[in-house]
Ligand binder design. Structure first.
Ligand code: AHR
Length: 500
């Protein structure tokens, strides 16, 4: 059995966790909305057509903010199509995903859904085919108190009080050549700045997210962030990061090592933000919004063959296996380790489309990746401790010196708890982990939950929804202040320590 050691000091902190890092994303894509969160003819729907069974699972996940309506979708979106009487809303060709959009679910329905699901909207404006003026109009419709054309139209539609949406994305993945209305860094930086400027004239308290590169692998990466921030620094608050990983090569050790890439990506974006800050001699610090992250690859090939121009097709419906859940758990640890700069993040996405929650006409169920998200969102709250991980390492196809143990410790003062999140990436051996906890007098092990399956490719389906589920495990202890736990080979773990 390999051995690892964690070194923590309760005074040596990274930062407080901003709960917005446990956000998610609902795009007007595939069955995320239709048959996902909205299905008026479903036996699970409430009077608004919103699926209550899905809402229950969303509230289990404890998601504080949800990004909408895209994604690639937003770059062709005419938001006015999605408001007012439903029978007057137009059907449109939706070019981003080659579908037909009925607009039966739109802006106001999303706000209703957020209110019921106890979450906050993170609205994106279209900077692909549209620009400053439309961003101003949608903001006026949503947030202005009344007495103007757009705010009075909102009232006429039945919403007397402003929606008061505080967080807005300035477009989506604008450097991607697949994006409708994609732009150069200069073109985007200018329009993002002007849009942000006008939006903040209306409401200076808004939090605005500028698009970073669509991914670290983009040829534009780095230069893009630099130029966009140079042009918009004073008016934007966040820069976005997007990352999806896959295991097409069926090389699990390498797949699980992808958090090395995610970690470098985050550090690089922080460096660029701070370089622009230094150049501008600014006192302001740009925050990071990791507003698309997940595993995505199972359906990439099969989706190519989907029929085009239909409404709500089964698109991007990745069925996640157990090893995907290990990587998702590890990605959440990576986000937490950077919680001093990452103040917003969205698991992409929430329902049916590359999602932790799946639906059919007869029910909703939890995918494997549901569980690490559930536990991290519900238990990893408070202050992240700078967690020194002394672990044996391995080399994989694309990475060197990958620690077998990925771990972070979060101190929750409110509950008087310390929470350890840990992934043992060793595919062959269990691992013994120790940590000196003498600073935490009177603490003992309250609970150790493990997500483990002998088959890395095991999945949950509607027929077998409980194939991969977490289990309580005993054996962890604190003896004379020294914490000791054995982590099963290829497992995700949460250990809750506190006064028992
Ligand atoms: O989440 C699916 C898609 O991935 C989004 O629409 C886009 O922003 C990204 O490329």
């Amino acid at each position: 059995m390999k051995k690892s050691k964690l070194i923590i000091d309760k005074h040596f902190i990274i930062d407080k966790v901003d709960r917005h890092i446990y956000g998610s994303f609902v795009e007007q894509l595939g069955r995320a909305v239709y048959e996902g969160i909205y299905q008026p003819d479903s036996p699970f729907a409430n009077e608004l057509g919103l699926r209550e069974d899905v809402m229950k699972l969303v509230s289990e996940l404890n998601v504080p903010i949800v990004r909408y309506p895209g994604g690639n979708f937003v770059s062709g979106f005419k938001w006015e199509d999605s408001i007012g009487p439903k029978d007057q809303r137009p059907y449109r060709v939706e070019e981003a995903w080659s579908t037909i959009e009925s607009n039966q679910f739109g802006l106001n329905e999303f706000i209703e859904w957020c209110n019921k699901a106890n979450t906050e909207p993170m609205m994106a404006v279209n900077l692909g085919t549209r620009g400053v003026s439309d961003a101003k109009n949608i903001l006026e419709y949503c947030n202005f108190k009344g007495g103007t054309y757009w705010s009075d139209l909102r009232k006429k539609h039945g919403y007397e009080n402003p929606h008061d949406i505080k967080v807005w994305c300035l477009g989506n993945e604008m450097d991607g050549d697949w994006q409708i209305g994609s732009k150069t860094a200069y073109e985007y930086g200018r329009i993002a700045n002007e849009t942000a400027k006008v939006m903040k004239m209306i409401d200076p308290d808004l939090q605005l997210v500028a698009c970073g590169s669509s991914g670290r692998g983009m040829p534009t990466f780095g230069e893009w962030e630099m130029k966009v921030l140079e042009l918009s620094y004073d008016n934007v608050d966040f820069i976005s990061l997007h990352s999806y990983y896959g295991n097409q090569a069926n090389d699990t050790a390498d797949f699980l090592a992808n958090t090395m890439d995610m970690d470098d990506y985050i550090s690089s974006v922080i460096a660029i933000c701070d370089a622009v800050k230094a150049k501008k001699k600014s006192k302001k610090q740009i925050k990071l919004s990791f507003d698309e992250w997940n595993v995505w690859y199972h359906t990439l090939e099969s989706d190519e063959k989907l029929e085009k121009w239909i409404h709500a097709p089964h698109r991007l419906e990745d069925i996640y296996n157990f090893e995907d859940a290990l990587l998702v758990g590890s990605m959440m640890i990576t986000l937490l380790k950077h919680c001093d700069r990452i103040k917003m993040a969205c698991l992409a996405q929430l329902v049916n489309v590359i999602a932790p929650i799946m639906t059919s006409d007869t029910g909703a169920w939890r995918q494997t990746i549901f569980y690490p998200f559930f536990y991290t969102s519900n238990y990893a709250n408070g202050t992240v401790l700078n967690t020194l991980v002394k672990s044996p390492k391995y080399d994989s196809k694309n990475y060197t010196d990958v620690p077998y143990l990925d771990a972070v410790v979060v101190q929750n003062d409110e509950k008087d708890e310390v929470v350890l999140l840990a992934v043992n990436k060793d595919l062959e051996e269990d691992m013994e982990v120790t940590c000196d906890m003498r600073q935490f007098e009177g603490y003992d092990v309250k609970k150790h939950v493990v997500l483990y399956h002998s088959d890395l490719k095991a999945v949950n389906t509607e027929e077998k929804p409980n194939n991969v589920v977490p289990a309580l495990i005993s054996g962890a202890s604190i003896d004379q202040g020294i914490f000791n736990v054995v982590l099963k080979k290829h497992s995700w773990n949460v250990v809750i320590l506190g006064k028992v």
